[in-house]
Design a protein. Sequence first.
Length: 171
Amino acid sequence: MRVTELNRDTAGEAVDAVFAGLSAQSRYLRFHSPTPRLTASARRALTDVDGERHAALCARIGGTPVAIARLIRTGECGSAEIAVAVVDLWQRRGIGRRLLEELSAVAARMGVAELHGEVLPDNRAMLELVRKVLPGVRLTREDDTVHLSYPLAWATAEITDADLVNSLLGG
């Protein structure tokens, strides 16, 4: 497997290939609604990769795109929304994990302080993935989604016994 960072020239082919490899259920879990096809505006948004505001990584096997992980800055406070999609034939083989790990490094390089995202409660695979790759991720139920929040400083912070006790006491 080869992971590359996408740009505006390479994003279109990768987006089209990964979208085509997603089942109706995987598309629903990724886009939070039935999505039989990408609209022109949605495709434009997914391919508008500039490496500063919007970064995306693509996993390829034998040259074929099989997964995309992306982050999009969401404000001035250094936060970015993340999303991951792995074609059905390649799910549960460690590809999403590798992309999310590498995406965290890209986010740190870009000066992003916090990752966040929305996951449908039925998307158990994604919830399991973020728990494994982003230790200490905060998951909170909001209406019909689960909101994830992960300060990147946690990835390099040393957690003390006092931190754990304080966390358990709600501090």
